[in-house]
Design a protein around this ligand. Structure first.
Ligand code: G3P
Ligand code: CA
Length: 275
């Protein structure tokens, strides 16, 4: 028999807190500094966006171009990793007031472009279980190469679960149904997250496309339509909400029993959860 949907709803202490682009409220997003701080702050998980470089490396960059988050200009997919590595991805943002002073967070290693491979090394060295939420960005252009490279890396780090394994620490997220479909074909046991900014009419009953086990609604959607979270739970899905920085939104997520909160301020949210 199917488990009761209520058994999927965690209590306050069990809500997973995931650092969005690292502790990106404090340090520049997607830098090693932001991810190291998130781990030091006790985040349960790390979120990142991945894009393919011209020479086939996956790098953690949100936008199509490097213009907003580095001192360079250009489209990520037209630049090689060596070119991206010359840029500074830290200087565009002033560190938050809660930035620790003692560490050398501004060294070139901490602010240059972060490859997914380097992030997976950091994850492997964390010394505790850390969730990884990896988002494929605009992957439709590369005929499956983003997912292929991603799966190669995850296999290399032993992060692709087999049927016999327990819950996977990794999940692949996307707004793209095509990307989720490809991941499911390549690694059926790897949990996927369908990201959404609005409720698609044919998914109103809480169902998700292509075997996605987790729903990733934005906080605006949840605020406007809290009943949808119940529909997702009734359909047996976990719900991971982004990007939740406002304490009132954190409370709303807790009331609704969402399984994970994705935030730019992991320490603040952990404090609010009493952890
Ligand atoms: O965690 C999902 C969320 O990151 C999706 O939106 O634009 O921040 O990648 P975005
Ligand atoms: Ca993202």
């Amino acid at each position: 028999s199917q488990p009761s949907p209520r058994t999927l709803v965690p209590n306050r202490a069990q809500t997973t807190v995931i650092a969005h682009r690292g502790a990106s409220g404090t340090f520049a997003e997607h830098t090693l500094a932001a991810y190291q701080l998130a781990l030091e702050q006790g985040a349960d998980g790390l979120e990142c966006d991945v894009r393919l470089t011209a020479d086939g490396h996956l790098v953690c960059v949100h936008d199509r171009t490097v213009n907003r988050t580095s001192n360079g200009r250009g489209v990520v997919s037209t630049l090689e990793l060596a070119q991206l590595s010359e840029l500074d991805f830290g200087a565009w943002k002033a560190n938050g007031t809660d930035a620790p002073e003692e560490a050398d967070w501004t060294s070139p290693e901490h602010t240059r472009v972060l490859t997914l491979e380097r992030l997976l090394e950091l994850h492997a060295d964390a010394g505790r279980r850390v969730e990884l939420a990896i988002e494929t960005k605009h992957p439709t252009r590369y005929a499956g190469l983003v997912e292929k490279r991603l799966l190669e890396l995850l296999h290399r780090f032993g992060l692709v679960p087999s049927k016999a394994d327990g819950p996977s620490p990794v999940r692949v997220m996307s707004f793209s149904q095509l990307s989720l479909k490809r991941v499911r074909q390549m690694a059926p046991e790897l949990p996927t997250v369908f990201l959404m900014e609005r409720v698609l009419p044919w998914l109103r009953d809480g169902s998700l496309p292509h075997g996605a086990r987790i729903a990733g609604p934005g906080i605006d959607l949840v605020r406007a339509n809290p009943g949808y979270v119940a529909a997702l739970h009734r359909a047996g899905h976990r719900v991971h909400v982004w990007t939740v920085d406002d304490p009132e939104d954190v409370e709303l997520c807790l009331r609704l029993g969402v399984e994970a909160i994705i935030t730019n301020h992991p320490r603040r949210v952990l404090d609010q959860l009493g952890r």
